[in-house]
Design a protein around this ligand. Structure first.
Ligand code: HEC
Length: 124
């Protein structure tokens, strides 16, 4: 019975930690798929803007996000498709949860280190 309590304890701790750091795993995966090739690793990308800026960009299912990338029609259609899907909200949750002023400093677990700087800065 002891092992059970122990594993329950660890699961609880991990869950709490993940909530505290705004770690939305699905959102992070979406970021990797849709954004990382241009804007760098997930934590690095998210931390370039503030929460309110991300909220603005994701207003109305990413209206601005689409507008920003309109010049690249392939990307535009990719983003358009993605924004129509249910899991799109996870991308927003992840970016807001890890924004510059979110107060969460991402730890390093191989997925999240911020040293891939990307090629295109989001902040002018
Ligand atoms: C194929 C490359 C590419 C991908 C993929 C891409 N972007 Fe961009 N993004 C750009 C370029 C180029 C600009 C600069 C546009 C400009 O300066 O007018 C930009 C600009 C931005 C900006 C700055 C907006 C502003 O105020 O000018 C944000 C925020 C942004 N992208 C977020 C994202 C997010 C979030 C994703 C994934 C959902 C993403 N981008 C995917 C190329 C890309």
């Amino acid at each position: 019975m002891k092992w059970f309590m122990k594993s329950l304890f660890y699961t609880l701790c991990t869950t709490m930690l993940l909530f505290a750091t705004g770690y939305d795993e699905k959102g992070m995966k979406l970021y990797k798929k849709l954004c990382a090739s241009c804007h760098g690793s997930p934590d690095y990308g998210a931390a370039q803007l503030e929460e309110s800026e991300w909220e603005d960009i994701f207003f109305m299912r990413g209206l601005k996000l689409l507008k920003i990338h309109k010049a690249d029609s392939v990307l535009y259609h990719r983003l358009q498709k993605a924004s129509a899907k249910k899991n799109f909200q996870h991308l927003e949750a992840y970016l807001i949860g890890n924004a510059k002023d979110s107060g969460s400093v991402g730890g390093c677990d191989g997925n999240r280190c911020g040293f891939h700087s990307g090629t295109i800065p989001m902040k002018k």
